[in-house]
Design a protein around this ligand. Structure first.
Ligand SMILES: Cc1cc2nc3c(=O)[nH]c(=O)nc-3n(C[C@H](O)[C@H](O)[C@H](O)COP(=O)(O)O)c2cc1C
Length: 283
């Protein structure tokens, strides 16, 4: 289990709330952003924290969650003392994986923004889903379920294989259905692959929505190898910024009012051609 805590607080957690598509040129990324709080701002808004002020320094020292601009949700005891947690999952088992590279960029953003990240790297150990085993699931499934349920938001980056989402992540998600582990949880989906993984994102968002997750952001990265260095790390600035922005949306969603989450998920699912009637109702 890889669990990492932020090294610094981020007093200026930004909201990228502009919806746009940027897929005009070959090899470009396809991005959808949907507003949570209706605060408009350019996608290129400053990303890194400003120098920490005295108050922020104290908050960082005592491990408090960074203040956000969102005041709709009352700050409860847990939020005062525990940074929110982002679970990240790479849906590729390949060693030199573009989706792994996307997860790594998202981790950087989450840590820089003051969140705890949990990087689930046991996907290849999850056995084929078997409903007969649901009452006493294998230990790796218990680990998967427990970590998903204790996260405040999830980001999944997974490849497209033969026009659909990669089987390993679909299989792992199937184990969660009976537990409702993803119900009303904000999730971002990314697919890096030859064509940008539209079908991967569509089928992933569909199965997540069927499980009751709120899919609040999605990003396609086409021709990823042309945007990476020899080690597979993304070097293309636009791509890195798009991943950062996608991560920020799902992180912001943690403190967004439920009605905003449902509205965002509805807009996103409709844009992907998914029946929004399956979007979970707000409590
Ligand atoms: C069996 C197989 C099927 C694939 N099918 C598709 C596809 O349908 N659409 C697509 O855009 N890319 C497809 N690809 C290319 C992958 O998306 C690409 O290799 C991607 O980088 C894999 O993700 P990873 O680098 O994270 O492992 C396929 C690759 C393989 C090996």
């Amino acid at each position: 289990m890889r669990l990492r805590s932020p090294g610094v607080s981020h007093p200026l957690l930004g909201s990228v709330t502009r919806r746009f598509r940027n897929c005009s040129e070959k090899g470009s990324n396809e991005v959808s952003f949907f507003p949570i709080l209706g605060i408009s701002g350019p996608a290129t808004a400053p990303r890194r924290p400003a120098p920490l002020g005295a108050v922020a320094r104290v908050r960082a020292q005592v491990g408090m969650r960074p203040p956000t601009v969102h005041v709709a949700t009352p700050v409860n005891e847990r939020e005062m003392h525990t940074p929110a947690r982002l679970m990240l999952v790479c849906g590729s088992l390949q060693r030199r994986s573009s989706n792994r590279a996307a997860v790594d960029v998202a981790i950087d953003e989450a840590l820089a923004s003051g969140f705890v990240v949990d990087d689930f790297d046991r996907l290849g150990d999850v056995p084929p889903f078997d409903p007969d085993l649901q009452d006493v699931p294998p230990p790796v499934v218990v680990d998967w379920k427990t970590r998903i349920e204790s996260s405040d938001a999830v980001l999944i980056a997974a490849p497209e294989y033969a026009g659909a989402i990669a089987g390993a992540i679909k299989n792992a998600l199937d184990w969660l259905v009976g537990f409702g582990s993803l119900y009303r949880k904000p999730v971002a989906v990314i697919s890096a692959g030859t064509s940008g993984g539209w079908f991967a994102r569509q089928t992933l968002a569909q199965t997540l929505t069927w499980q009751g997750a709120y899919v609040v952001a999605e990003l396609g990265i086409s021709a990823p190898r042309t945007k990476s260095d020899a080690d597979g790390r993304f070097t293309d600035r636009d791509t890195i910024e798009s991943i950062h922005a996608t991560a920020r949306i799902v992180l912001d969603a943690i403190s967004a009012p439920p009605a905003e989450l449902a509205a965002r998920a509805t807009t996103l699912t409709e844009a992907l051609g998914i029946d929004s009637g399956h979007v979970a109702p707000i409590a």
